[in-house]
Design a protein around this ligand. Sequence first.
Ligand code: NDP
Ligand code: 2IT
Length: 444
Amino acid sequence: MKYIEEVIEKVKNENPGEPEFLQAVKEVLESLEPIIAMNEEKYRSQKLLEKLVVPNNIVKFDVKWMDDNGVEQTNKGYRVQFNNAVGVYKGGLRLHPSVNLSILKFLAFEQCFKNALTGCPMGGGKGGSDFDPKGKSEAEVKRFCIAFMDKLYPHIGVGVDVPAGDIGVGGREIGFMAEEYKKQTGTLGGVLTGKPLSMGGSLCRTEATGYGLVYFAEEMLKKRHDSFEGKTVVVSGSGNVAIYAIEKCEQLGAKVVGCCDSSGWIFDKDGIDVALLKEIKEVKRERLSSYAAKRPSAEYHEGKGVYTIKCDIYMPCATQNELDLEGAKILVKNGCFAVCEGANMPTTREATEYLLANKVLFTPGKASNAGGVSCSYLEMVQNANNESWPFEKVDMKLKEIMVNIFHNVDEAAKEVGQEDNYVVGANIAGFKIIYDAMSKKGLL
Ligand code: NDP
Ligand code: 2IT
């Protein structure tokens, strides 16, 4: 049996009931084939791949918090500290009822490669809880965040592990957690990123993942002497990543005609009104259906299906495995020529293979959504130096990082004779950095 197959088999046996984690590991390891094949025996004797797929630490705890009726509720809390060879554990916290160890391990594993690609010294981690923020009052969210941080704080710290936001966690939640961290330890510094500006947050962090996604895609289009100008785009999701991807696409001359939430999707033939979308999602925290109610050019449809809208470029920015084979086939049939992932692993393996086989340009989230964590790093640098940079400076650095990631990924794919396969390119480019760090630190 080939070394890669052996390790995949081992991961399957040792992590039963963890399909998302296995999916992420398989995709990465299989695309490392050209590199591993060159030195299979050396890597086998180093137990390299075994070391790459096992998290260093997993912290698990109960989170007890009081609801508005004075009843105590309990949720599960986690932090997966996957690999810190390249730098501190770094990655977001997710609050969603679907959160479990399979999902957090897949996210933390992917984060190691993503963070390596940024060129900034960060290892990978991820955490969160199965707490569902939907339908909770702000007071309940606050009590949950405080209780969560009461359990998490001994495990994180500047130079150790620096969490940030993810699904269900934005500036509001990070603010509550940061305040609690400070109460418990007496310091704050750069131990959490995505902080409100008044607590040392960075300008442009809110925009960073969505903007970064579009900068990455723009560079890919540039290579083909093309641009966003005049393109029709559909974005899935309507949260932090989606909103700022839509905003930047529109700034670059594209028309974004659709987006969704977990209840339904909208088609807006005149192009999405970002100010209205922000008002609904960021200020009022309402469902997307109220967008259509306020906008005559928009239709609202219940359920899944935003990918049925005809578009040139599709950007999945909601959650893992949201785009399946059926969706990919519809996109291709409708003439979509690029799928750029803003979410983490939003495209199933079958759908990815179908898109690649049909010559659709496909950018994997670990490369194209790296703008969020890159900007988190810029926030850490500002905090360490007691500085606060103007928006334009952060935005410019973010763009530089994304352009650089695109070229590194593009180059890595070319080097193994698979030009334009950015899945292979991203996994190989990330792997090389992690491998180098692990070997220089004597971890192999
Ligand atoms: P938000 O919580 O701000 O928004 C999530 C969006 O996705 C909402 O519209 C939500 O709809 C939808 N969604 C979430 N879960 C599901 C589901 N199971 N089915 C259908 N729709 C769903 O999260 P973010 O925008 O921050 O994150 C989106 C994705 O981007 C995630 O994969 C995240 O890991 C990734 N990401 C985030 C980064 C960041 O900096 N925030 C950085 C890099 C990647 P609803 O409100 O109805 O639940
Ligand atoms: O998936 C991701 O990269 C994030 N949720 C952002 C992580 C971070 O540390 O900013």
